[in-house]
Design a binder for this molecule. Structure first.
Ligand SMILES: [Zn+2]
Length: 112
C-alpha cells in the first residue's frame, strides 16, 4: 500500500489513539499529539526534516485490515499493531536542499 503524502494528507489522521496522545504529551515539551508529532515521512511531506542526532519516540499504531464481503465491499476485518517512530516539532527543521550531511548510507551524490 503506497500512499503519496501531500502536505494536507500528512497532517490528517483517520484515527486517534488516546494512549499515544498520552505517551507523547508525557514527553513534556509541550507538543501536542497529532499536531506537533509526525513520522519522518509526514514531516518530509511538510518540507521538514529531522535534525541530526534526534531520536524519535516509539508509539504503537493499529493498522486496520479489510476483507471484501459478498458484494465486494471492503469491510473492516480486524487490525494489527505496528510500531511507528515519531518526532516532535522541536526535533525538526525546514528542509534544506544540498544540506551538507553524512547520514549513514544515504547520499545523493556519487562518492568522489
Ligand atoms: Zn516538542
Amino acid at each position: 500500500m503506497m500512499v503519496t503524502l501531500t502536505q494536507e494528507s500528512a497532517t490528517s489522521f483517520e484515527r486517534f489513539s488516546i494512549v499515544n496522545a498520552a505517551t507523547l504529551e508525557a514527553v513534556g515539551c509541550g507538543c501536542k499529539a497529532y499536531v506537533d508529532w509526525f513520522t519522518y515521512k509526514r514531516w518530509a511531506a511538510q518540507h521538514m526534516q529531522v535534525k541530526r542526532g534526534e531520536h524519535g519516540t516509539r508509539i504503537t499504531t493499529y493498522v486496520q485490515t479489510t476483507r471484501k464481503d459478498r458484494d465486494g465491499v471492503d469491510r473492516p476485518s480486524g487490525s494489527f499493531p505496528r510500531t511507528t517512530v515519531v518526532f516532535c516539532r522541536h526535533q525538526v527543521e525546514p528542509y534544506v536542499m544540498n544540506r551538507d550531511h553524512t547520514d549513514e548510507g544515504e547520499t545523493d551524490e556519487p562518492a568522489a
